[in-house]
Design a protein around this ligand. Structure first.
Ligand code: V47
Ligand code: SF4
Length: 387
């Protein structure tokens, strides 16, 4: 639908005046305010879908991006105690079996990379618990070895939470620490560790790890060094709409300064076997509303990602009509963060064939990208797909 058709549809369906005003702004590509964004969360799903899809198609048409990636989770031992985390184990819990508590050594990590020899992977995503005995040079050397083996692979690694701990231990500024890791071969940062920035919520769900200010300062320092990063938001637990908008507003302000966030990734809170298991998970309707609102509000962040191993395949397909244009990648059963938190897919992995079919089945155009969204293959017109 074009802008004119959307306005007509909204008028015919007797949309409230305040929502018509917001729609006019979005359709004229004007920025909406903090208060308007809060109000948007109370709008009907069909209204949000129309506007978010308009923004998505203005930016990307039908293109729907994915990449060939795998994860390395070097350890789930973590000094921090985030209440929502089902994945980490404390350093003192030494008697647990290896599927519950692991610490891969350098050789095991490199073996994992070698197992992809001859497979056209373009990205490795490295993220894990914050291990008290591992430092930035330990990880730096691993990155260096990965680059020696596969110079073409983009290394996206370490949340701002892991980095804050490494740099604090090494007594380095964020800028100094990031420069060193960049020299080892680190290319960009993933978006994890952001959770909810507002202190009222942060102190209840993750009070002992990097603060919002530290998370933002590390991403800003990376941006200044020319490194792209992603941003996440852990939603659907004890936060209110106000806290979500506060979170996204801080990201929008930083993006105005640097322009180096590639992708915003809303992460749905899953409640299996963690200290917040009593908090119910929210509905799919709320997930779709959240994708749509974030697409409308974050006018300066190019991509919105639905991370399929966490949200599930059907909701990911639906999300493509609610502002999402990126679905992450092949994954190849290499992450445990969500399977341990209750996600439906216990061994997440999709082939290129499956991803292409999955995207085409909802009428979108599958595009294989690299981490920085350069197009590798446009599968829109391919009948036969080779993996
Ligand atoms: O920061 C942990 C989240 C994040 C739970 O940058 C949970 O491309 C829901 O950031 N329920 C780490 N979420 C993963 C992450 C990520 C994932 C995919 C792509 C990218 C990217 C980044 O996982 C943590 C936390 O917010 N998380 N436990 C849970 N129970
Ligand atoms: Fe540690 Fe990250 Fe889990 Fe928090 S979310 S406990 S920092 S692994």
């Amino acid at each position: 639908m074009n802008a004119q058709e959307i306005i007509q549809t909204l008028q015919q369906s007797k949309t409230k005046k305040e929502f018509l005003i917001i729609a006019e702004k979005v359709l004229h590509q004007e920025r909406i305010s903090f208060q308007e964004c809060e109000l948007l969360y109370t709008a009907e799903l069909s209204y949000l879908g129309m506007l978010a899809n308009f923004v998505r198609e203005q930016k990307h048409g039908h293109h729907t991006f994915f990449n060939r990636n795998f994860h390395i989770e070097p350890t789930n031992i973590c000094v921090f105690t985030c209440a929502f985390c089902s994945y980490s184990r404390l350093p003192k819990e030494i008697h647990l079996p290896p599927e519950e508590r692991w610490e891969l050594n350098e050789e095991q990590i490199i073996e994992k990379v070698k197992s992809y020899n001859g497979i056209p992977i373009t990205e490795v995503h490295i993220v894990g618990g914050v291990h008290p005995k591992r430092n930035m040079h330990y990880y730096g050397n691993i990155i260096k070895k990965i680059k020696e083996l596969r110079p073409e692979i983009h290394v996206k690694g370490f949340t701002a939470v892991e980095l804050e701990y490494m740099f604090r231990k090494a007594k380095l500024s964020y800028d100094e620490g990031l420069k060193i890791l960049k020299d080892y071969g680190l290319d960009s940062l993933p978006g994890g560790g952001a959770e909810i920035f507002h202190p009222e919520i942060r102190e209840k769900i993750c009070d002992d790890k990097a603060t919002a200010e530290q998370w933002l300062a590390i991403h800003e320092a990376a941006h200044k060094l020319g490194m792209h990063t992603n941003a996440t938001m852990l939603y659907g637990h004890i936060e209110t709409y106000y806290h979500r908008v506060h979170h996204m507003n801080l990201l929008r302000e930083l993006q105005d300064k640097t322009g180096m966030f590639n992708t915003f990734i809303p992460l749905k809170f899953r409640n299996k076997e963690n200290d917040m298991a009593h908090v119910p998970e929210i509905t799919t309707i709320e997930d779709l509303k959240n994708y749509a609102v974030s697409r409308i509000f974050l006018d300066n962040i190019p991509h919105i990602k639905a991370y399929w191993p966490m949200i599930g395949k059907s909701t990911t397909q639906l999300s493509l009509s609610f502002g999402v244009d990126d679905i992450d990648g092949t994954i190849d059963d290499s992450t445990k963060i969500y399977s341990m938190a209750g996600a439906e897919d216990q061994n997440p992995g999709m082939t290129i064939d499956e991803l292409v079919t999955f995207i085409k089945n909802v009428g979108r155009h599958p595009i294989e990208r690299d981490t920085l969204y350069n197009v590798i293959t446009n599968y829109a017109n391919d009948e036969l797909v080779n993996t």
